[in-house]
Design a protein around this ligand. Sequence first.
Ligand SMILES: CC(C)(COP(=O)(O)OP(=O)(O)OC[C@H]1O[C@@H](n2cnc3c(N)ncnc32)[C@H](O)[C@@H]1OP(=O)(O)O)[C@@H](O)C(=O)NCCC(=O)NCCS
Length: 127
Amino acid sequence: MTALPRDEPVLRVLPLPKDLNAAGDVFGGWILSHIDLAGVVPAVRRARGRVVTLAVNGCTFRAPIFKSDLVSFYARLVREGTTSMTVEVEVYCERDPQSPFIVKVADASLTYVAIDDSGRKRPLPPQ
Ligand SMILES: CC(C)(COP(=O)(O)OP(=O)(O)OC[C@H]1O[C@@H](n2cnc3c(N)ncnc32)[C@H](O)[C@@H]1OP(=O)(O)O)[C@@H](O)C(=O)NCCC(=O)NCCS
């Protein structure tokens, strides 16, 4: 039986009908954009300011998200360089409110870069 991670999610959302694809599942682009929104949270906290998404290093959709699934995004910083940070994001669904169970639906790795007001990269501040 899959359980939710112990950490707090950085994002929790119920997809709308407009987020469904022709088959009635949640559109992959919606999932990916929310993964990016979730991943930016630990990056902005660490950078203490603006960041941009430099790369989606990888993303695996492990199971479909159905309408009525409550979707939770967990994000944590796993590497920091001079200006860049790697964040891992995991996505889980709470399915079937009558008899709830958890499904892990996706995981991803993204790289963010800290930028200044002019949009140029800047070193991460000391911890
Ligand atoms: C992000 C940006 C400011 C980087 O500027 P840059 O001068 O080209 O930066 P660099 O090539 O020197 O790389 C900066 C850091 O990213 C790392 N990096 C570069 N390419 C990478 C890649 N493909 N994957 C992972 N890390 C990468 C570098 O190693 C460096 O890390 P470090 O400083 O921690 O050692 C610039 O590329 C940019 O503005 N990109 C557009 C971002 C964007 O519009 N995103 C979408 C909307 S948020």
